[in-house]
Design a protein around this ligand. Structure first.
Ligand code: HEM
Length: 469
């Protein structure tokens, strides 16, 4: 059977047709104008078409009913772990992202609980405090790119809340190392190509990547050992502590290697994605809807709608990916075994039959009710749906509210062009880094910190919790 499957390998000639652009130009467009390439594919070929991307051909699916079939199809046939294989150098072979079948389900049951329920609320205060710390350093009254600062905030949140690193010096070391592992600019996504993983000398990207990874791994293993040895482990709320105490149905815990891979997974999956969503939220608010920005300040329901609409219009991950372990039929196309199939979040979110004026930024559309499951899927779907979806939404709300409480935020130049979509490592982000101008509001940031820390249901501030440890 396996030999038979290998004979029907996916080749471009047997796949559905794609946009009328040569493969090399498709690869370039995927990096510099990904949204234009996806739109062109659908305009020219309909809801199922093939793109030629750096990692090979991929069949894009942009019809909600077909996307539902893919997300709810047999996970032994439509495998996500195999589709995510290129991420292995960063996340490691034991990552949830890379597993399939029963091993994936077992791991997911261990990883999911810390991300749900009331427990999440305990992270809100840390999120607000870390945002305030960052925004105190932003320039005032002159244009600057917000995105790097937002990335620093989402990274600091992972380091404190997920890794549970409380010591300032260790947290700073980790925060300095991560950008070397997932660096700025386009070449980091190229490192995902096996052919480029070559040691070409001390300054070569691959050698630098390996050095950064070794340093990050050493810090993570130290942190795991410190947590294990902590007599107060049961009282700790950070996600590493909860994962250390998790047991599967046979009573088995995660090993240190599995914990390391899961921490890197949460970092990779949760840091740039959330930063990109935040960058888009500010960009869309200042350029398209300054009135909505004012309303979001005073109205929490509206703030949530801003986050939901941002994730619709500019989903940080434009596609989810599955790999067919057997031949599968999608929308009348017989796809050979080995085909990569991509439910296209971006194109679904821009369908005119699902949304009025789908290209417009209108938070109001989400004020009346929840989005339909297969019309709004920024977090993917089925048994692979994003583990951190509720965490990310809490983070979006908290960071947006904290910034808007403390600062007036506006576009850098009246009438300037809104930002375009550009690839940044694994996510899509605003091409100029979400440029804005900010000014301190009359209430000082310190006063806002106090307000945030005393908000009903908030946990004690992070520094107080870690004092003396
Ligand atoms: C706005 C922010 C985020 C977006 C847009 C996002 C989006 C996604 C998407 C599209 C997937 C793939 C789903 C699929 O294949 O069907 C995914 C998976 C995942 N996400 Fe997120 N994510 C975000 C934030 C986070 C955060 C904050 C974390 C954790 C700290 C996280 C952890 C994960 C994990 C572990 C998976 C793999 C799930 C599995 O394979 O079973 N994500 N995310």
């Amino acid at each position: 059977m396996i030999a038979e499957r290998m004979l029907v390998d996916a080749s471009p000639t047997t796949l559905p047709p794609g946009p009328s652009v040569g493969p090399a130009r498709q690869v370039a467009a995927w990096i510099f104008r990904p949204e234009a390439l996806m739109e062109r594919g659908r305009r020219e070929r309909g809801d199922v078409f093939t793109l030629h991307l750096p990692l090979g051909p991929i069949v894009v699916v942009a019809d909600p009913a077909l996307v539902k079939d893919v997300f709810t199809g047999d996970p032994d046939v439509l495998r996500a772990g195999e589709g995510n294989r290129p991420l292995e150098p960063v996340v490691g072979p034991d990552s949830l992202l890379l597993l399939d079948g029963p091993r994936h389900l077992r791991r997911r049951r261990l990883v999911l609980p810390p991300f749900h329920g009331e427990r999440l609320k305990t992270y809100e205060n840390d999120m607000a405090a870390l945002t305030l710390e960052s925004l105190a350093t932003w320039p005032r009254d002159r244009p600057f790119a917000l995105e790097p600062h937002l990335r620093a905030i989402t990274l600091a949140i992972i380091v404190r809340v997920v890794f549970g690193i409380e010591d300032d010096e260790r947290a700073a070391r980790m925060q300095a190392l991560i950008p070397e592992l997932v660096p700025d600019g386009g070449w980091s996504s190229l490192l995902l190509l096996p052919a480029l993983r070559r040691d070409l000398g001390p300054r070569s990207p691959w050698r630098r990547f390996l050095a950064a990874r070794a340093a990050v791994d050493a810090l993570l293993h130290e942190e795991i050992a410190k947590h294990r040895a902590d007599p107060n482990l049961a009282a700790r709320t950070d996600i590493l502590s909860l994962l250390l105490q998790a047991r599967d149905e046979d009573g088995a815990p995660l090993t240190d290697e599995e914990l390391r891979d899961e921490l890197m997974t949460l970092l990779l999956a949760g840091h740039e994605t959330t930063a990109s969503a935040l960058a888009w939220a500010f960009t869309l608010l200042v350029h398209a809807r300054p009135d909505a920005l004012e309303r979001a300040r005073d109205d929490d329901a509206y703030l949530d709608a801003v986050a939901t609409e941002t994730l619709r219009l500019e989903p940080p991950l434009p596609m989810a990916v599955r790999r067919g372990a057997e031949p599968v039929a999608v929308g009348g196309h017989d796809l050979p075994a080995g085909t990569r199939i991509a439910p296209c979040i971006y194109l679904i979110h821009r369908r005119e039959d699902l949304y009025d004026a789908p290209r417009a930024f209108r938070p109001e559309r989400f004020l009346d009710g929840k989005a339909e499951t297969y019309a709004w899927l920024p977090f993917g779907g089925g048994i692979r749906r994003c583990v951190g979806a509720a965490f990310a939404q809490l983070e979006l709300r908290t960071v947006l509210r904290t910034v808007l409480d403390a600062l007036d935020v506006r576009a850098p130049d009246a009438g300037g062009r809104p930002e375009r979509t550009r690839r940044r490592a694994i996510v899509l982000a605003p091409d100029r880094g979400a440029r804005v101008v900010v000014r301190t509001r009359s209430r000082s940031a310190t006063a806002t910190a106090t307000t945030a820390a005393t908000r009903p249901g908030a946990a004690p501030p992070p520094r107080a919790a870690s004092a003396g440890s």
